[in-house]
Design a protein. Structure first.
Lengths: 376, 938
């Protein structure tokens, strides 16, 4: 297999194929791995096993090409890291070695998503906005035109959901490479959509949260907030939790759109949160991390640490890891908010960390990737 | 950089009269002096995100500034969704006059500059002008630049885009205003005038007004509109999307879906819809008032009557210099009473800031900067004679003096060294000074009531003062208590009494811009009635009454500051519109700003110099004669820019054997934080040389030694310079056997004056001279021994605003053993003669030139856009002179015509054509010469 892929890659290069894929190993990602932004279609950001601090730095690696927002994804022992210079780098989680890459030939500023062996990458490449690659045979699988996409793709079962910046929601059948539906919304979309398996929830720059039927794209309900939404919503059971730039966090019923609660946190949250049992954890631009009760919206705790938070937290069992723009990766006790451990990297953390098995991976804006593992 | 409206002419002046640029003359330097009058004992207050530099006198203000800075940091962190991960140096001054002495920026800081952010080291430098609201605004404005700069830098690095992909100036400054302040009456006035009078400049053409106050406010207005239509986040996204387009036009298209032109269509429509309806209810200034002074930029009218003759005395800028003028109200031309900005005594008028006052029919009191601080001037109007100055030891800036009715005292506002603006009364005879307000509030424009019992002034001490709202207050001279006259959420300014003391004129911005209103009071000095006098589309301000109840005032209209009047308005008082008015009822003093707490000794410490790199540059060049030369230059300075080090290292070796003998090294230190700036350094130069003044000699020289130089500025315009240099110089000619050894001691002393006013291509007013005497001797071998007498005098006779006649006479005389030679010829001196072709140890030169505007603007319209070439000036010139060694060879000269074109404000291109005057001034060249070069006019 390895030889065939190499031959294919060489062949594609020599024949002038415009897409360059250099991948020595086939990759197959299962659904319970960190295969999209926020780990899964619910963007829970949650893994069951606790990664107990203190953490020990296992390896570091230079990720050439610049990173900003978005997040790597992980599966099959491989980290897949999008870079602004237009590459997706494949890095072995144990050794930290890069063993392959995809040259997207266009900037990608959002997290990719992987379903089995199909990797979907949003790109800023003129008319093409999504490229799908087959990681089994290192080939370009599909190119999709949707207009600019600045959010991460969402994969639910066989459906690929993408939100274009211009406000159009798309749903594709990924294996079949066909469009299932598209729905126009009246405002721009900067927040990655979320799904509970039956519905897609998306929030727009006009501050309105929309609930769409996953299979037909029909608008089921809408719920206004007080300002634009940039943060990634999170689905907790039947509640969809949406931080808005009006400094409130909203929880709406995903079936009806009815408002369950809204809580004023007094800061803008641009990134989104993660779930930890009964708590919703998120950080704000006021350098504070909040834990909200998922059922009531009440603030269980808040802890300040210097630096804007513009990343999604990672919750590993009873510990929440949050990356700050001050360069700190901080581990919080999810029940109390106490700081359990922290470490500072060079440069801001603006790309969301991921839990890769029993490791935490962070990439700083200076393109340095850090992999930590529990000392225990 | 933050610029205030109050000094809008300074801003305009920068465009029209780019006089702050200093050039190096061919032989002798000129230039005005930036003087460190005050010796600041700097300290550093460390807050969570800032190192706040301040001096002990302004501790309270600095602590409040630190509070503002941290508050702004928190807000901007949210707006930009971005952290600054390094400590931000914030250098504070307690007044604009102290600020003008900063060495963070090497050049002169014009009066209109309210603060600046220096990109190289990320320093923020801000003065207070007495208003905490303004202090807060400027701190916030400059911190927007800090956040924006760091954010843009990050985008450039992340996406690997060219470093010059920076947002345009209108966006940079517009965003700084949008994120730092509310839309105020000055902004409204400027934008209304631009829209209603047809000079509004859309974004696609905003380069035409780059750097002006109008550009700042149009930028702010454009972003306000964009936020309203496309959402607040679109502004942040414009920065984050910089990588999406090669031009900002592309970035805007990618972010909001509109190009500049498409956006302009929407924005212009919005503005017209907003402002055109004003024409129904509001009046043009010309409809309701008569013109008094219309040319130039004029403000602060003061009524003056002598016998039956009535005048207006005002501060105006017709020529580039701000001066005091007087004009008869019956017409005629204005007469300049006080020439400003040319002499030490009247160094700077704070135009738009300080009113004047006249006692009876005789003594005018006004304020100028004079040396280290402002002074009050008393001026005998009938005799046109300056009487005396009043200078106050601890008061740095003064404002708006007002005579007591009996002429014994003057009340005025003043900013002390601590940075607080309070009211003071001075006894004119004894010069005894009494402070009558003493707090953190900004107290301005006092007006002594005609019955002498109270003083009305404007202040931000009311509950809305945190937002920069000013109200009227009274000071009772018998009880010495301050009480509120008004307490509203709109601002009152410029109170002025009628002669009978029954009516108080003032301005109020309840219409969005300032207009004139009258108050009347009951016997308890409570305001009982408010009536509107003007309802102008733009703005009216600085009202004063005449003896007959007319009112004179300043008007902003068609981008001009005029003085206009309404006749006998007091007679028509009863017909004026009555404005509902609520008497003050809230507590007098309602607000404070918590000073930033100092947690530990380590949070507040004396300033220690730490040097950081300013410049590091290496260069390798190859010359057909001298081979390859490689070297590097470094400079570094401390945070305050007071101490600067320069390092130079280069090597001219052509073979490996020559490396050690061809090293040149120089180290210099310049200290600027003293009244007498000085510099010293050591050097070692060695290598092959070609002496420009001795073209036939190529030689090898090894020279080493040291020097010390100092400059004592007598004032902004005069200075004495002196230097001593001791060095070894060993020369050997390359194509000859000659060798010369010397240990040279050089002493020199110069006297320099410069008050010239620059226009687009060179000076057009004022004069400048440099007299230098120096003596050089070889103290060991006596091989060198010569003296120098150098004189350069230039005078510029103003003919009209843009035309001047310039004259120069230059005498350069070197005499003695190995005296250095000078050179003439070319576009800079003796035009028409080959460049630097005439050489000698002695030179005389005179040049005379008529400088005039030729073409105001050349616009080229291309399919991709319009290109404006700007202003082209013309010159008619005459030169005469020569250079010689022993025997005078006869006089050479030239006459001709030239074109001058200023390229982007940094380079003047010159094209001359004419005839040489040859054969000892007996004949003209048969044909025409042409010369093209660059350089500012002499």
């Amino acid at each position: 297999m390895r030889v065939s892929i190499i031959v294919l890659a060489i062949g594609m290069t020599l024949t002038g194929c415009r897409t360059i894929i250099n991948l020595y190993e086939p990759i197959i990602v299962s659904d319970n791995e960190w295969n999209m932004l926020g780990r899964d279609a619910r963007h829970s950001g949650f893994v069951v096993n606790t990664i107990e601090p203190p953490l020990q730095l296992e390896w570091t690696r230079d990720v050439s090409g610049g990173v900003t927002t978005g997040s790597p994804v992980y599966g099959d022992g491989v980290l897949m890291i999008p870079t602004l210079s237009g590459f997706i780098s494949f890095v072995d989680i144990v050794s930290g070695d890069e063993f392959g890459f995809i040259n997207l030939r266009a900037t990608t500023a959002a997290a990719p998503a992987v379903k089995d062996s199909l990797l979907v990458a949003p790109v800023y490449a003129g008319e093409i906005s999504l490229r799908v690659y087959n990681l089994k045979n290192a080939s370009l699988y599909w190119e999709i035109q949707t207009g600019t996409v600045e959010t991460a793709p969402l994969i639910v079962d066989r459906f690929l959901v993408a939100a274009s910046t211009q406000g159009v929601m798309y749903c594709f059948d990924l294996p079949e490479t066909t469009e299932v539906w598209r729905t126009n919304l009246p405002a721009r979309i900067y927040a990655t959509p979320v799904s509970d398996g039956a519905r897609v929830v998306v929030a727009c720059s006009n501050g309105v949260i929309y609930g769409l039927d996953l299979r037909e794209g029909k608008i089921l309900w809408k719920q206004p907030t007080g300002a634009a939404v940039f943060a990634t919503p999170v689905m907790s059971d039947s509640l969809c939790i949406v931080p808005s730039l009006d400094e409130y966090v909203y929880a709406v019923h995903s079936r009806t759109g009815a408002l369950a609660w809204k809580t004023f946190i007094g800061t803008k949250a641009y990134s989104g949160g993660a779930l930890a049992d009964s708590l919703f954890i998120l950080g704000g631009t006021n350098e504070t991390v909040y834990a909200l009760n998922v059922k009531t919206g009440s603030i269980a705790w808040s802890t300040r640490r210097r630096g804007v938070v513009s990343t999604l937290p990672v919750v590993a069992g009873s510990v929440a890891y949050v990356g700050f723009q001050s360069g700190f990766l901080v581990a919080f006790d999810v029940q109390t908010g106490n700081i359990l451990w922290e470490n500072r990297v060079e440069g801001r953390i603006r790309m969301s960390p991921v839990a890769a098995g029993d490791r935490i991976v962070v990439i700083s804006e200076r393109s340095e990737m850090y992999c930590w593992k529990s000392e225990q | 950089m933050k610029r205030s409206f109050l000094n809008i002419t300074a801003v305009i002046g920068l465009l029209v009269f780019p006089s702050m640029r200093e050039i190096q003359a061919q032989f002798l330097p000129f230039g005005r002096n930036k003087i460190s009058y005050a010796q600041f004992h700097w300290r550093v207050l460390k807050t969570e995100h800032f190192d706040v530099y301040y001096y002990p006198e302004m501790l309270d203000l600095a602590q409040r500034g630190a509070t503002f800075a941290e508050e702004a940091y928190g807000d901007l962190r949210e707006k930009f969704n971005f952290s600054i991960n390094h400590r931000i140096p914030l250098i504070l001054y307690s007044s604009p006059i102290h600020f003008q002495q900063t060495n963070v920026s090497p050049g002169f800081i014009p009066e209109g500059v309210g603060g600046f952010f220096e990109f190289l080291k990320g320093r923020v430098v801000i003065p207070s002008n007495g208003s905490l609201a303004n202090f807060r605004h400027v701190i916030r404005h400059e911190l927007v630049h800090v956040f924006m700069h760091n954010r843009v830098e990050r985008v450039i690095v992340d996406y690997g885009i060219p470093g010059d992909r920076y947002p345009p100036l209108w966006f940079v400054e517009g965003l700084a205003e949008f994120f730092s302040t509310e839309w105020d009456s000055q902004a409204e006035m400027v934008l209304r005038d631009a829209v209603l009078n047809g000079y509004f400049t859309p974004i696609s053409r905003i380069g035409a007004i780059a750097g002006t106050f109008l550009m700042y406010k149009e930028g702010q207005a454009a972003l306000m509109f964009m936020a309203e239509k496309y959402g607040h986040e679109s502004i942040r996204l414009l920065l984050e999307n910089l990588w999406k387009g090669k031009t900002f036009n592309d970035v805007m298209k990618a972010t909001i879906g509109k190009t500049f032109r498409e956006f302009d269509v929407e924005w212009e429509y919005y503005l017209k819809k907003k402002y055109y309806p004003l024409l129904a209810d509001y009046r043009e200034p010309g409809d309701v008032s008569i013109p008094v002074v219309t040319n130039g930029f004029n403000s602060k009218p003061t009524f003056y009557q002598r016998g039956d003759s009535t005048y207006v005395v005002y501060i105006g800028n017709l020529t580039g210099y701000t001066s005091i003028y007087m004009k008869s109200l019956r017409g005629g031309k204005p007469v300049r009473l006080i020439q400003g900005e040319k002499t030490d005594e009247f160094e700077a008028f704070h135009i738009f800031q300080s009113r004047m006052s006249i006692y009876g029919d005789s003594v005018l009191v006004f304020v100028t900067k004079s040396g280290a601080s402002d002074v009050l001037h008393l001026y005998d109007l009938p005799n046109r004679k300056h009487l005396r100055n009043l200078r106050f030891k601890d008061l740095v800036m003064l404002g708006s003096p007002s005579w007591s009715p009996d002429g014994t005292r003057i009340v005025f506002s003043a900013i002390n060294k601590a940075g607080w603006n309070d009211l003071y009364i001075v006894n004119v005879r004894t010069e005894e000074l009494r402070k009558i307000t003493n707090d953190i509030y900004d107290d301005r424009d006092p007006a002594w009531s005609p019955d002498g019992s109270w003083i009305v002034f404007t202040s931000d001490r009311g509950s809305a003062g945190t937002h920069g709202v000013y109200n009227l207050y009274g000071y009772d001279l018998s009880t010495r208590l301050v009480y509120a006259v008004t307490d509203e959420n709109t601002s009152y300014y410029s109170p002025a009494w009628s002669a009978d003391g029954k009516t108080l004129a003032c301005t109020n911005d309840r219409d969005g811009t300032q207009n004139i209103f009258f108050f009347r009071f009951d016997n308890n000095r409570r305001p009982v009635e408010l009536r509107r006098v003007t309802r102008l589309t733009t703005a009216a301000f600085d009202p004063v009454f005449t003896a007959k109840g007319s009112v004179l005032f300043s008007v902003f209209d068609h981008f001009q500051f005029q003085i206009r009047g309404i006749n006998e308005v007091l007679e028509a008082y009863d017909s004026l519109e009555v404005i509902p008015f609520a008497a003050p009822h809230r507590p007098l003093t309602a607000w404070d700003v918590p000073p930033y707490g100092v947690q530990s000794a380590s949070s507040d410490m004396p300033y220690k110099r730490r040097y950081q790199l300013d410049l590091a540059q290496s260069q390798i060049s190859t010359d057909p004669v001298f081979g390859t030369i490689g070297g590097a230059a470094l400079s570094m300075s401390d945070v305050l820019g007071n101490d600067q080090y320069y390092f130079l290292l280069y090597n001219t070796a052509q073979t490996a054997d020559e490396i050690l003998s061809s090293f040149s090294i120089a180290v210099s230190r310049i200290s600027l934080n003293t009244r007498t700036p000085y510099a010293y350094g050591v050097y070692h130069y060695s290598g092959r040389r070609y002496d420009l003044t001795d073209p036939d000699v190529y030689f090898y020289e090894r020279a080493f030694g040291g020097y010390f130089a100092l400059s004592y500025p007598l004032s902004k315009f005069y200075r004495i310079e002196a230097s001593v240099k001791l060095g070894n110089s060993d020369k050997s000619a390359i194509f000859d056997v000659r060798e010369r050894k010397a240990v040279l001691l050089t002493n020199s002393v110069s006297f320099v004056k410069d008050n010239a006013l620059y226009y687009w291509t060179g000076p057009i007013d004022g004069n400048r001279f440099n007299i230098t005497l120096s003596y050089t001797t070889d103290i060991q071998y006596s091989n060198v021994n010569y003296y120098s007498v150098l004189l350069d005098y230039r005078r510029y006779f103003r003919i009209d605003q843009r035309t001047a006649f310039a004259s120069r006479i230059e005498l350069l005389y070197n005499h003695g053993e190995e005296a250095r030679r000078y050179f003439l010829g070319g576009s800079w001196d003796l035009r028409g003669w080959p460049f630097w072709s005439i050489r000698g140890t002695k030179v005389w030169l005179t040049s005379h030139e008529l400088r005039f505007p030729l073409l105001d603007n050349i616009g080229l319209n291309f399919p991709f856009g319009n290109v404006s070439l700007g202003l082209i000036r013309g010159a008619l010139f005459f030169d005469a002179g020569n250079a010689w060694d022993a025997e005078y060879p006869g006089t050479r000269g030239s006459i001709g015509f030239g074109f001058r074109f200023n390229l982007l404000g940094v380079l003047v291109l010159r094209y001359d054509l004419g005839k040489r005057i040859e054969n000892n001034f007996t004949s003209l060249q048969s044909g025409l010469f042409q010369q093209f070069f660059f350089g500012w006019d002499f």
